[in-house]
Design a protein around this ligand. Structure first.
Ligand code: UDP
Ligand code: MG
Length: 334
């Protein structure tokens, strides 16, 4: 059975030699934490007999993380160091890591040891139980209350409402994915926290699992309140994508036609007043409303047509089908 192909067995037998898991870690100025992090990941996965690779993506660090990772990757076999040319941000670093990952599952976590590598096996076990994505939930989160926990509470609520995926903690970096799921997702902005939402749009089965969380012991956080704004903007993009990705005309066309219809009704009424009853209509606000509705309606309608064309270009140019297949069953299926 596909789901029990074993993320947790060493050197998977039936499924060839691919590794069970690629651990992807974005790194930006975390030189003090790195030795502890690598050791913790390696120890946990070895103890649990899970074949693994660690992919550290250096996001343009300036504190020596780059040199450390490079030197480590030259000496040990379980580490790939992907060194970006400059600082692109956490989402881009994660996307780069995904690109070089070869494991059957992908686990992401932060370099600062706020996430606990010891949670990785239980995330993998959950994947094995049949989920496509397992998201960590920092039940006892160790961050500042006002600047971090509060905005995060609001953001979580909003994201849940807008995307329809009900998780407690979207911002938790510790997540596990089936690698096929990640393979064809494109990430932008701060979108990494929306991966569950994007995956959900694509029909993935999603689970949430309580994980540990520690206060930062080394280095400093790379974010402040500003991130909340960026997350909100990304939320708009996501909710737009969710609704309009395949049929924008259904929405724009509908509102366009409604607006046109209402404008026409008002226009007819005013025409009747003018021609039928001989009243003057030049100074009536209703006239402006009618004109406005007609114009807006036509614009919305045309905008919908344009969006429709754009979406077709989007899907066709990337060879992206509008559906996702979970599995094909049959004796002659390769
Ligand atoms: N990070 C990154 N590029 C950036 C900012 C952050 O790769 O531009 C990494 C950082 O090294 C850490 C993770 O993203 O591994 C999360 O960052 P941080 O711990 O500062 O976020 P917080 O836990 O405070 O939300
Ligand atoms: Mg952190």
């Amino acid at each position: 059975m596909l789901v029990s192909e074993g993320f947790t067995t060493q050197n998977g037998t039936a499924a060839g030699d691919s590794l069970a898991v690629s651990v992807v870690v974005p790194v930006y100025n975390e030189v003090e934490a790195l030795p502890h992090l690598l050791a913790a990941i390696a120890t946990t996965l070895k103890t649990n007999q899970i074949s693994y690779e660690i992919i550290c993506v250096d996001d343009g660090s300036t504190d020596g993380s780059t040199e450390f990772l490079k030197q480590q990757a030259e000496t040990r076999t379980d580490l790939k160091a992907v060194l970006l040319r400059r600082n692109y941000g956490q989402t881009a670093a994660m996307a780069a890591g995904f690109k070089y990952a070869t494991g059957k599952a992908i686990v992401t976590l932060d370099a600062d040891l706020q996430n606990d590598p010891e949670d990785i096996p239980q995330l993998l076990a959950k994947l094995e139980a049949g989920y496509d994505l397992v998201s960590g939930w920092r039940i006892k989160r160790q961050d500042a209350a006002v600047t971090r926990l509060l905005p995060s509470k609001i953001a979580n609520w909003l994201i849940g409402r807008t995307t329809g995926v009900k998780l407690h903690d979207y911002g938790c970096s510790l997540k596990a994915y089936r690698s096929e799921l990640v393979a064809d997702m494109n990430l932008y902005g701060e979108l990494h926290r929306f991966l569950p939402a994007l995956a959900y749009i694509e029909g993935a089965r999603i689970a949430e699992l309580p994980v540990r969380h520690h206060a930062r012991r080394f280095g400093r956080s790379k974010y402040g309140l500003w991130r909340t704004f960026r997350v909100l903007m990304d939320l708009l993009t996501i909710s737009f994508m969710k609704k309009f990705l395949t049929r924008p005309m259904h929405v724009f066309g509908l509102f366009g036609l409604l607006s046109i219809a209402l404008g026409m009704l008002l226009g007819l009424y005013l025409t009747f007043l003018k021609l039928g009853l001989g009243q003057s209509i030049g100074n009536r606000p209703l006239l402006f409303l009618a004109v406005l509705l007609l114009l807006t309606g036509v614009q919305l309608f045309c905008f919908g047509l344009l969006a429709e064309l754009l979406m077709r270009t989007y899907h066709e140019s990337q060879g992206r089908p509008i559906y996702r297949v979970r599995e094909v069953v049959g004796k002659n299926v390769k």
